[in-house]
Each structure stands twice: as C-alpha cells, then as structure tokens.
Ligand binder design. Sequence first.
Ligand code: NDP
Ligand code: BG6
Length: 488
Amino acid sequence: MPFDTMSDPADVSTLVILGGSGDLARRMLLPSLYHLDADGLLSPALKIIGVARAEGDGASYVKDVKAAIESREELDAAAWKRFAERLDYCAADVTKPEGAACLAGKVGEGVRIIFFALSPSLYSAACAGLKAGGVIDDKTRLVLEKPIGRDLETSKAINAAVAAVADEANVFRIDHYLGKETVQNLLALRFANTLFEPLWNATAIDHVQITIAETEKVGDRWAYYDEYGALRDMLQNHLLQLLCLVAMEPPAKLDPDSTRDEKVKVLRSLKPATRASVIHDTVRGQYGAGVVEGQQAASYETEVGRPSDTETFVALRVEVDNWRWAGVPFFLRTGKRMPERLTQIVIQFKPLPHSIFGTAASEDLESNRLIIDLQPLEDISLVMMMKRPGLGDTRLQPLPLSLSLAKTLGDDGGRRRIAYERLLLDVLRGDRTLFVRRDEVEQAWTFVDGVASAWAEAGMKPRPYPAGNWGPSGAFALIERGGRTWND
Ligand code: NDP
Ligand code: BG6
C-alpha cells in the first residue's frame, strides 16, 4: 500500500489496550509496540494506556510491562526509557461506566486506537460503554481480536454493536497470520510474477494442502479453548484466510476493498458441509497422553480436569466450487500437540501426462510441488525433477529450488518480526488491507457453522490421538483415499 493513500501515524494520540495485562498484550502487543518504538516508528506524542480490572497505576504497569518484555529479550536502555514514558494504566471494568471515566481523563485529542485484547463476550458492552463515555468518537479506530463470536449469530451481534459506535472504515479485525512475512510474500509470489498465474488453476494443480501444526498444549487457556476447539480457534480464521490468499482471483489493486472482495468470493464458493460429507471429508481429534519433543505430555482432558468433547485437531477436505478450482481438493488441518511446529502450504501440481524415461527413472518421478513454509522456517521452494549425476542409466530425483528469504537476502540471524508489529503499524497508518472485513468474518462463520452443525447431526465426536502424533489415523485416510499423502 503506498504511503500517500494512508493517514499519518502522527495523527494518532492514544493507543488503548483493553485487556492490557492479559496474555496477548504481554506476549505480543507490548513487545511489538516496544520494537516499533525502538525502530523510530512511533510518533513521539503517542500514549499507550493499558486497561484491566486488577489494581494498579501507571508506575506498576511500567514495572509489569518491563518484566513481560524482559522475559523475552534484553531491553535497550534508551529505547525502553522512551517507551516507558508512553505507558499509563486504568484499573477499571471496561463494561462499566468507570472504564470510560478513567480513560476519558487520560486519552488525548486526535485519532485514538482502542485495541480489544479481551474476551469477545465483552466487546459489545465495552463498545457501548466507551461510546457513552465519549472515549470513542468519529475518528476512533477499533481493533478487534479473533475470534469475533463463536458462531454466525454471536458474530453478527458483536459486529452490530461495533457498527453502532464506529464506521466500518474505522474497524480493524485482526488475523495475525496476515501480518506474517511469508503470508504477504504469497501475494508477491502470485501477483508479482508471471510464472505461476497461468498454472494456478484446476488444469495444472492436483490439490492444495494447508497445515498449521503446533507442539503446544492448550494449557492455561483451556477455559476459552474448551468452548471453541480447533475448528473455531484456528480454522475459522487463520486456515481460511490462508486458503483465501491461495485461491482468490487477482485483485484489481492492492487496496483494502479489492483484496477483501476477492477473499470473500472464495469463502462464498466453499462447498457447504452436509451430514454425509462431514463423515467422509472431515476428521476431529483430541490429544491423549503421549510424548512431545521427548517429554511426557498429559492428555487434553487431564488439563481440563473433566471429560470433554472439544476437538484439538481438525482436518477437512474442502472444495472451492468455482471455475478456477473445480475438482481441486483443498486439504486443511490444524492441531495442538503435534510432533513439530509447522505451518506450511503445499501446491501439488498434476503428474506428467507421459514419461519418456525408462521404467526405473519413471518410477522416480514425483509431481512438482510448490512448498510455502511459514514457520518455523520462512521459505518458498519449488520441488523439480532433475537427473541424478552419474554415467549409469538415467535416474531422476526431486530437488528444491529454494527462495529462502534469509539465505537469499543475507539476513540470516536477523530478528524475526512479530506479526503484530506490521499490523499495529498498519492500524497507526490507517491501512486496512491486511485486516478482515465484516462480510468475510460472517461468511467464514457460515461455512464453519455448517461443519459444526453437520458434526452434531452426524454425532461425530473427536477421535483420540496420542500427543506427539499427526492427529488420528482418519487424518491420513482422509488424504490417502484419493491416492495422495500429507507432505510431512
Ligand atoms: P487473557 O485472559 O490472558 O487476558 C484478558 C485481559 O482482559 C486481562 O488483562 C484481564 O485483566 C482483562 N479483563 C477481563 N475482563 C475485563 C473487564 N471487564 N474490564 C477490563 N479488563 C478486563 O486473554 P488473552 O490475552 O489470551 O486474549 C485476549 C483476546 O485476544 C481474546 O479475544 C483472545 O481470543 C484473543 N487472542 C489471544 C491470543 C493469545 O495468544 N493469547 C492469540 C490470538 C487472539 P483483569 O482480569 O485484571 O481484568
Ligand atoms: C491463535 C490461537 O489465534 O493462534 C492459538 O488462538 C494459537 O490457539 C495461535 O496457538 C497460533 O499462532 P502462531 O502465530 O503461534 O502460529
């Protein structure tokens, strides 16, 4: 997005973090803001105010934030001093008039940003209270964390409460995957090169796989997670956003609405789930006890302390029912307590129509694959067939043509930015391109609600898998039925 179409970050006087002492604020938002400040990207006048109910004041908040950032990295004394001077705190319940009263005395004139790092169940009450107390005005930007609601109905209620106090142009719905460098590179790969676009369709592509695997347990977040599960926590947002970026048509421009128009068309094209299709095309799993990264790991139910029907793993075969993708399956999966942390998109091209090589070499043949690694590595590689060196009979082997950013651009060892740094900077600039529009969120919920209600109709409970495995055996059968395999 060119700078001249955006607003000046200096117009922003105050950034309020509702839930300023929570996990997201401590691990992601405050460290990201500190880095932006250290890089000279925050306006000198910007104030940052944390809000939470716990007792405290500006001085105690500075101490807490320092401890939170120091637990991740060493602080630069000068950068920290500057950052600390921006910080302030309101000890208040944001759903009650006291929240607005405390903030009204602290926020500046100019553009205000209110970041909702709270449970989504508080969003509506917080919006109404802050508007009534004069903290939200016509210029205020509201930043909403996912998940927005638990289903279409609750999502619509939150979006309506937000729309009652702010114009859609001032609403920034975060999906932090869109702030990841390689996700943005996917747009560059597709639309800044002529090479792939002619092949980016059902004629050349056999299938697409998108995996978000985590080794982490649910742990302390179980109270939230047990109500949502992998379908609502990860698939509704991160996985579907990645799917949209792979499947969408080229937007007319890289501006907020052109890109989001194309993403919403993909979501509308998803073939809805039915009672019959979920039995065949989806897998729900829940981790039992096992071993992860060499350590004994307890079961999900042990963490929760009671039996639970919540899935910690989900795999789906979905179809994008449109001209470009007719007949191309998209395999999506995500899970906690997997053997490794891996976020990867694989575009598997069709096999050769005819082999000119001998029998042995023909057996070596594999279809070309474009592998987009998001984490832990950031890499894009195209797997090509090459001849094995030597004088004997021709044999073939797959070799990756790698576009590793770290290696190619020589920034090995450099600090990897937190995805929120990019997104917070975009909110300060007023650029909504990497944020999710209301109709996108609601369309994603429409698809997810269809899966959830088909699961309920079919009586599909999560199947167990031992922690440290790639989900229940059904996840392998899901892809192998069509003669394909996961790219593990
Ligand atoms: P936490 O439970 O860790 O933090 C919640 C925060 O809200 C605390 O600071 C809490 O402080 C405050 N709070 C709760 N009720 C009120 C209230 N009535 N008025 C004012 N403050 C209140 O949650 P997370 O930080 O994990 O999550 C926050 C949001 O971010 C959720 O929407 C979550 O889904 C989303 N999210 C979180 C991620 C993460 O990695 N943690 C990742 C992606 C999204 P106190 O109790 O003192 O009031
Ligand atoms: C969050 C989910 O949105 O994304 C978490 O709520 C998950 O359950 C996290 O762990 C994963 O994010 P990342 O950036 O670590 O892959």
